[in-house]
Design a protein around this ligand. Structure first.
Ligand code: C2O
Length: 543
């Protein structure tokens, strides 16, 4: 195993897309940011220097961070932000994980432009559980705003209204030639006839789930969220923000140019969505290399923006590579509702949400508020009272028909608070994530920091243990770090709480985090202690 050192300078960089230039925040002036490539077992030491005018933190999405919660990164959860002019060194080891993960800013909406791939190759002297690919290519899906995304979210927070949507989707930072003014801003991936390549898809978009397809080529899924899967062949992928999927593609078509295209899966029912499409070009060695010239690329079939069936079919295809030893018996049976809601407008004020409200979101009716004086982990470690409470409810405070629309608002006014749920170190947790349709029915990509979990089952309607327990896959469920809770439906996940620390769980649509769709688990070992957690680094920022 090796130790790899990196310097990441967070800075403002002028970037032009859609014919408009503005300063975006980048790492080392690159957009997308630098790709990190390591082997399972290696240690990363990343010195982050903040030369931007915003607070920033970086998060290593999907990295287990065993005993190194201090390096996880969500601001005010495991660390205070790195102030402008400040720096912090993230140090952690990849333990047992292989595949594609990524890194991104975890402060306000900075991750709109601050992100990159984190590729973990098999550990020394071992290989992939599939045919060695000829080439490997990260394919990072993102979103582009003509405006500064921080201004977009600040305005929405001030008014209580829903923020603007982005101006384009992107592949490796480029919108692609179906957008205005983007002929040159198209990612081209050169390939050779007969080769089998590994494409590492990452959904780094801020607020949009995406379908992806490649014209005339099948994809064989071999990994998701850095866990190997039973190979399955499909023509469409669906990735929620935060999710990754590795696919093998054999270049078995006539030498030509083929579009890789991605378009929104906008599951909010009844809401028509701007379904513009981002493209990259898979280009055979055919002497047709100038974008915008030669034969026009072939376009793939993509599902409609509201094709919930296509999204479910994809997630149903995912299975662990081998039979797994599911953690059990269950010590903690949790039932969390996830969904949007509305806050009343403060008296005498005018608010921008529907019917003079403020947009809100919650888990079990608690709308998460970040502290600002300490991170939760620092407050716990130093026993500073008053920063958070440990009364996050194990089950919803009110029972009702969660998937019904137009439920009386009096039933479901979220409570804004910083509540955590305590888990005993080593306990086995089973969590039902139940979508609610109070304000809108939507698929929520729920991510847990510091853990991978097994997805035992997914379904539509209200979860009903009496009949749905029978649907659990206890043989080869997929292991992920982000689960798309189906629109008007539920998902059941299971994990063992074997990593001490404070671990954020949230919807990976950033607009929903802004509205409070988050909570944190506090995993203690010993008695009220974090005994096996490493000491905080000396340069850990203070608030
Ligand atoms: Cu990509 Cu809090 O996560």
């Amino acid at each position: 195993a090796e130790v790899q050192y990196h310097d990441f300078v967070v800075q403002a960089t002028p970037v032009k897309r859609l014919c408009k230039a503005h300063n975006i925040i980048t790492v080392n002036g690159q957009f997308p940011g630098p790709t990190i490539e390591v082997k399972n077992g290696d240690t990363l030491v990343i010195n982050v220097v903040n030369r931007a005018r915003y607070n920033v933190t970086l998060h290593w999405h999907g990295v287990r961070q065993m005993r190194t919660a201090w390096a996880d990164g969500p601001e005010f959860v495991t660390q205070c932000p790195i102030r402008p002019g400040g720096s912090y060194t993230y140090r952690f080891t990849i333990e047992g994980q292989e595949g594609t993960l990524w890194w991104h800013a975890h402060s306000s909406w900075l991750r709109a432009t601050v992100y990159g791939a984190l590729i973990i190759h098999p550990k020394e002297n071992s290989s992939y559980p599939f045919t060695e690919p000829k080439r490997e290519v990260p394919v990072i899906l993102g979103e582009w705003w003509d405006r500064n995304p921080i201004d977009v979210v600040r305005e929405a927070t001030r008014t209580g209204a829903a923020p603007n949507i982005s101006d384009a989707f992107t592949i490796n930072g480029q919108p692609g030639d179906l957008y205005n003014c983007s002929n040159k801003d198209t990612t081209v991936i050169p390939v050779k006839a007969g080769e089998t390549n590994l494409l590492r898809f990452i959904n780094a978009a801020l607020n949009t789930e995406l379908f992806v397809a490649i014209a005339n080529h099948k994809m064989t899924v071999v990994s998701a969220d850095a866990s190997y899967t039973k190979p399955f062949t499909t023509s469409v992928l669906m990735l929620g923000p935060g999710q990754t999927t590795d696919v093998l593609v054999t270049m078995d078509q006539p030498a030509s140019r083929y579009y890789i295209a991605a378009r929104a899966y906008a599951s909010a029912q009844g809401v028509a969505f701007d379904n513009t499409t981002t493209t990259a070009i898979l280009e055979y060695d055919c002497g047709c290399s100038e974008p915008g010239q030669g034969i026009p690329p072939v376009f793939p079939a993509l599902p409609a923006y509201n094709d919930t069936g296509a999204a479910s079919a994809f997630s149903a295809g995912l299975r662990s590579l081998s039979t797994v030893d599911i953690p059990g018996p269950v010590d903690e049976n949790l039932f969390f509702t996830v969904g949007l809601g509305l806050f009343n407008c403060p008296p005498g004020k005018t608010c921008g949400g529907p019917n003079n409200t403020r947009m809100a979101a919650s888990i079990n009716n608690a709308s998460f508020v970040l502290p600002d004086t300490y991170s939760i982990l620092q407050a716990h470690y130093q026993r500073v009272p008053g920063v958070f409470t440990t009364d996050f409810p194990a089950v919803p405070p009110v029972q009702f028909d969660y998937t019904a629309q137009n439920v009386s608002r009096s039933l479901w006014q979220p409570v804004a608070a910083t509540k955590v749920y305590k888990l005993k170190y080593g306990s086995v947790v089973q969590l039902v994530l139940q979508g609610t349709n109070i304000f809108a029915a939507e698929n929520h990509p729920i991510h847990i920091h510091g853990y991978d979990f097994y997805i035992l089952a997914e379904g539509f309607g209200n979860f009903n243990a009496a009949k749905d327990n029978a649907k659990f896959n206890l043989v080869d469920p997929p292991m992920r770090n982000t689960v798309g809770v189906p629109v008007s439906g539920w998902a059941v996940i299971r994990f063992a709480a074997d990593n001490p620390g404070v671990w954020l769980m949230h919807c990976h649509l950033d607009v929903h985090i802004t509205w409070g769709l988050a909570m944190a688990f506090l995993v203690e070992d010993g008695v009220g202690e974090l005994q096996s957690l490493e000491e905080p680094p000396v340069d850990l920022p203070v608030c």
